[in-house]
Design a protein around this ligand. Structure first.
Ligand SMILES: O=c1ccn([C@H]2C[C@H](O)[C@@H](CO)O2)c(=O)[nH]1
Length: 134
């Protein structure tokens, strides 16, 4: 299962995520993270974690990614990977799954340490924009 994306596409996404990870600002946790995603118009967006001396204000890599998505024209996320400091795929934290749900929905495909999974599998019964419309 490649989520409709060839292995070369996933490798390119991992490379983008690793490049973002190398620019992380994580002096407090020592745990740099990079994230990259494909957009439905072919763009790639990425982000890195940015921590703060006021620890609770730290921004996850996915925060930067969705900010770049919106700032560069919006669109829907289709494929996503985040990596740790070794460049290996990492699971997005719970809050970030919710951030991704807003812009990718249940069909977003994520590369994880357990293989390719949809966001519906990573965040079952998600709360989302549809609930507000009811
Ligand atoms: O999905 C995640 C999980 C963690 N982190 C960051 C937050 C913090 O800076 C560091 C350690 O938790 O990793 C992310 O950027 N994304």
């Amino acid at each position: 299962m490649t989520g409709g994306l060839a292995e070369a596409g996933w490798e390119a996404l991992r490379t983008e995520a690793r490049a973002a990870m190398a620019r992380a600002y994580a002096p407090y946790s020592g745990f740099p993270v990079g994230a990259a995603a494909l957009v439905d118009d072919g763009r790639t967006v990425s982000g890195c974690n940015v921590e703060n001396a006021s620890f609770g204000l730290g921004l996850c890599a996915e925060c930067g990614l969705v900010s770049q998505l919106q700032a560069t024209g919006g669109g829907r996320l289709t494929h996503f990977v985040c990596v740790d400091g070794r460049g290996e795929p990492l699971v997005p934290c719970g809050r970030c799954r919710q951030l991704l749900y807003e812009f990718g929905g249940p069909e977003l495909v994520l590369e994880t340490p357990a293989g390719l999974l949809t966001l519906a599998e990573m965040l079952p019964q998600a709360f989302g924009p549809d609930h507000l419309a009811k």
